[in-house]
Design a protein around this ligand. Structure first.
Ligand code: NAI
Length: 264
């Protein structure tokens, strides 16, 4: 019961492959009370109600790029919890350029703006809304999900690489301000490739899943393992960890060369 008595908002559970879905299940198992949120279109298309029933959680729709939606969500969550909450999961990503298979050298800039807004600036919008409404309790924890394309080049990842670099930067910058204000910590987890709707939408996903699997001494981290790690970050056991991008990738990010690729 690592999260006994804790309350939080979980963004981004679309279906039971979603990383956020696994994190919501684990948070519930560990004793947390949660509110689930996703974009209105995802609420219509996904299966979030099954998760809501399982976790005994209300679902409050919000487009994470829309400040009015976010304010409404945070206010309603506070009403539901009877005050502030302790953790927030940002598990949101989407690139219209990637979705429409536009190469990085042929981006549509209106789409790029949407990619950045949905996948990165939304973290700032969520944090700013919580900050101004004083919604996150002292020693609270905010986690966003990132990918190593923020540091290294993975050509098929397109403009999502730029979004992830911005996401990690926002976590660092807001981590300072929220730490000073209320001892709230903000981190990102850089997760292995994971077979989800967003993951498999990336060009060549199967190939880079297999490549990372071979390259990582522990193999790729699953969504369930990501949930375990995330719970540790929401818990009081990691109170002094903030402003970090934390690799959760079976060792991938520190590898140079694997003998597996030299086998003839
Ligand atoms: P997913 O497709 O299940 O989740 C993405 C979520 O973003 C969906 O629930 C979708 O409805 C939500 N979303 C999109 N636009 C939104 C908006 N305007 N407002 C609110 N929500 C919106 O896929 P997955 O993989 O669980 O993605 C979660 C996070 O993990 C994303 O940030 C993704 O980039 C990140 N990640 C995924 C990896 C993978 O290989 N699947 C690897 C590393 C990071």
């Amino acid at each position: 019961m690592l999260l006994a008595g804790k309350k939080g908002i979980i963004f981004g559970a679309l279906d039971n492959n979603s990383i956020a879905w696994k994190i919501a299940e684990r948070a519930h198992q560990e004793g947390a009370s949660i509110v689930l949120s996703n974009a209105p279109v995802a609420l219509r298309m996904g299966t979030i109600n099954q998760l809501a029933e399982k976790c005994n959680a209300p679902v409050i729709g919000a487009d994470a790029t829309n400040m009015e939606d976010l304010e409404n969500l945070v206010r309603k969550a506070m009403e539901h919890f009877g005050g502030g909450f302790d953790f927030v999961l940002h598990s949101i990503g989407m690139s219209p350029n990637v979705r429409k298979k536009r190469d990085y050298t042929n981006l549509n800039y209106a789409y790029l703006t949407q990619t950045l807004d949905i996948s990165a600036i939304s973290l700032h919008k969520i944090l700013q809304t919580c900050y101004q409404l004083d919604a996150i309790n002292e020693w609270g924890s905010v986690v966003g999900l990132s990918y190593i394309a923020a540091q290294r080049t993975f050509p098929g990842y397109g403009d999502m690489a730029d979004a992830k670099a911005a996401l990690e930067s926002i976590a660092r910058s807001f981590g300072y301000h929220y730490g000073i204000k209320n001892k709230v910590r903000v981190n990102t987890i850089s997760q292995s490739p994971t077979a989800t709707t967003a993951g498999t939408g990336i060009k060549g996903f199967d190939d880079f899943f297999d490549y990372a699997q071979k390259m990582s001494p522990l193999g790729n981290a699953s969504a369930d393992a990501c949930a375990d790690y995330c719970i540790s970050l929401f818990s009081d056991l990691t109170r002094m960890v903030t402003m970090h991008n934390l690799f959760h990738d079976g060792g991938f990010s520190n590898m140079g060369l694997s003998p597996l690729f030299l086998d003839k």
